[in-house]
Design a protein around this ligand. Sequence first.
Ligand code: LRH
Ligand code: MN
Length: 388
Amino acid sequence: MPDETAVKSALRAHRIELPSWAFGNTGTRFKVFAQPGVPRTPQEKIDDAAQVHAFTGVAPTVAVHIPWDKVDDYAALTAHARERGVAIGTVNANVFQDDDYRLGSVANPDPRVRAKAVAHLMECIDIMDATGSKDLKLWFADGTNYPGQDDIRGRQERLAEALALTYERLGPGQRMLLEYKLFEPSFYTTDVPDWGTSLVHCLALGERAAVVVDTGHHAPGVNIEFIVAMLLRAGRLGGFDFNSRFYADDDLMVGAADPFQLFRILHEVVSAGALDPSAGVAFMLDQCHNIEPKIPAQIRSVMNVQEATAKALLVDRAALAAAQQAGDVLGANAVFMDAYNTDVRPLLAELRGKMGLDPDPVAAYQRSGYAEKIVADRIGGTPASWGS
Ligand code: LRH
Ligand code: MN
């Protein structure tokens, strides 16, 4: 059986990055429901993210999205984060909300539009230089809606050219993370639709390009842990955008729709020795809390990742390997399920106690009065949202 002390120290060292945009108003094309106390500025988003870190102890960085988190002084924003015990993490580019990008951004037939998109990617690296961020995350809405609308291979050429220009600009210690998505907002082709396409581009670019697996970006029934195992084997798993879904890119709380899938994914990560921050896999949340209170939802999401990770760390690897080698199908599955069916909440509560934290972070946050304070303080101004 795994040594509980080792399990706890791995959980203590685990790092989960929060998305600034999860704290703003979000919704669907049908409605964005405004919530009271929502942040109006990148600074207030960071304040809210710092609450999640204060109560969980394992979420010390906040991913930003440009221009949603655009400021005049990124050094000041970095200092603001530091003063609240967190740091600016991954910088997300956004070339999907400008009228010029109707037919795409980096894959657009029009070279003027492609140049505009590449200029934005370069600007994001300038921001990374100012915030000390190491990862540039790229997700492209680029694609087509109708057969014949554009040349599929031609768009790949344009995409590859833009990625190469951007890769060239990366500074020391900086990486490029390429996220794929099956569809939406494009409904016929998406230029980076799957892990294979992302990996092919990353391999062509170089060592500092890696794939991001957003758990909501696959066709129903896709075995995501198989993709994770393959990317780990290739040394090109750059990170995760964790969320969960019942149907499409629902961006629900990670583990809410399918906690067993999350466990299977983290089993592959732990088995490859890739949980430790030194392995370079970024564990990020990418979620939208359309109807639920956002800060407690982020706290719950971090706890869901911790619970799945703890279960994955509790898999008796020796027994599993022995059963697998022996072809003992039921035995191997039983070892796997024993870990999954282990109630890890007492272990995590105890660990939080050792970290000087309340064993129940959600309840502790609700007792803190912060939710009431931001509703009272944040009067006026424009609540943050995806601002399209
Ligand atoms: C696209 C995506 C991408 C982000 C956006 C907020 O669906 O997953 O990671 O840029 O959501
Ligand atoms: Mn994502």
